[in-house]
Design a protein around this ligand. Structure first.
Ligand SMILES: [Zn+2]
Length: 311
């Protein structure tokens, strides 16, 4: 958690986990996090849907210049999302207290109800973290959800890996990536970017083949993309040689199979072989870094269990 959020939490006295600050303000429920630009974003959940006069009142903070943008949540019409211009904790607190004060003044009886499916419980609501995301739930719904998650976790663990299918899918989807390597080699460039392309294609192919996204799955996707970096670089170099050879007088009218045979033999010459290997190593090195960085993220989240715990 950033220092701006920590400071804000000292002012608000909310609960927190690694990502969110959350708590009740009057009869509203507030969740705070930082977006990718490190701007503070607040989601305020109200007991009921807001009407136009409520929105107008709340949006006045936009005009005042404190908030960059205030809008209704597109999925949840009783929620409002606010992104703030600055991380000034006093200003943010002022806005939140003003809005929650306004709301309870107008709707003193309204209460946040349980977020459980078809549940209207409004007393004994606690905040639970569902995979780290805070939601208000009654005890009964929390217990039911816990049971459902346990079941889902067990099912997920028992689900077939489909690793071979996944590998074949990843390979199949990676084939068009060879064209990208080829274009780069034609342009005389080392196809570092093609590493991303292969990783992306392998990922798509793996999920298309319904491969399981556990740690083995991430490994298969990574290895497939590295494999295709090698295959793609080699085949593209051969294709490049074929094109060059065809331009020479002796091979202009020769059948393609002869030219390919010649290109493969040519590629085995020590100097050419060294060159191709150098190309492959360099591509592997650059692509490997990209893939590793990307795969570490995927590896961390792969096979993670669904959790619920009291906030
Ligand atoms: Zn409930």
């Amino acid at each position: 958690m950033s220092s701006a959020l920590k400071e804000l939490n000292e002012t608000l006295g909310f609960k927190s986990n690694e990502v969110f600050l959350y708590g009740f303000l009057q009869n509203t429920f507030v969740i705070i996090h930082e977006d990718e630009d490190n701007k503070i974003c607040v989601s305020i959940k109200f007991p009921n849907e807001l009407d136009e006069s409520d929105m107008e009142r709340i949006k006045s903070w936009e005009k005042d210049g404190y908030a960059k943008k205030i809008e209704k949540d597109s999925d949840d019409t009783s929620s409002v999302e606010i992104s703030f211009k600055s991380s000034n904790k006093d200003k943010i607190k002022e806005v939140l207290e003003d809005i929650s004060g306004y709301y309870i003044g107008k709707y003193p009886e309204a209460k946040i109800t349980c977020y459980g499916k078809d549940c209207t419980e409004e007393t004994n609501i606690d905040i639970y973290e569902l995979n780290g995301v805070p939601i208000p739930l009654c005890e009964k719904c929390a217990k039911e959800l816990e049971k459902d998650l346990e079941k889902a976790n067990i099912e997920e663990e028992a689900a077939p890996g489909n690793y071979l299918r996944g590998f074949l899918g990843a390979s199949l989807f990676s084939i068009p990536g060879i064209l990208v390597s080829f274009i780069f080699i034609m342009l005389g460039k080392i196809a570092a970017i093609s590493g991303f392309v292969y990783y992306y294609l392998a990922l798509k192919g793996y999920s298309w083949a319904k491969g399981k996204f556990d740690k083995i799955g991430v490994l298969i996707v990574s290895v497939t993309s590295l494999l295709f970096v090698v295959i793609g670089t080699y085949l593209s170099t051969i294709a490049d040689i074929v094109i060059e050879v065809r331009k020479t007088d002796g091979f202009k009218d020769a059948p393609l199979s002869d030219v390919i045979q010649f290109a493969i033999a040519f590629a085995k010459l020590p100097e050419v072989k060294d060159d191709i290997q150098k190309n492959i190593y360099l591509a592997l090195f650059v692509c490997g870094i990209c893939i590793v960085v990307y795969a570490i993220q995927a590896f961390k989240s792969a096979g993670q269990k669904l959790t619920i715990k009291k906030g």
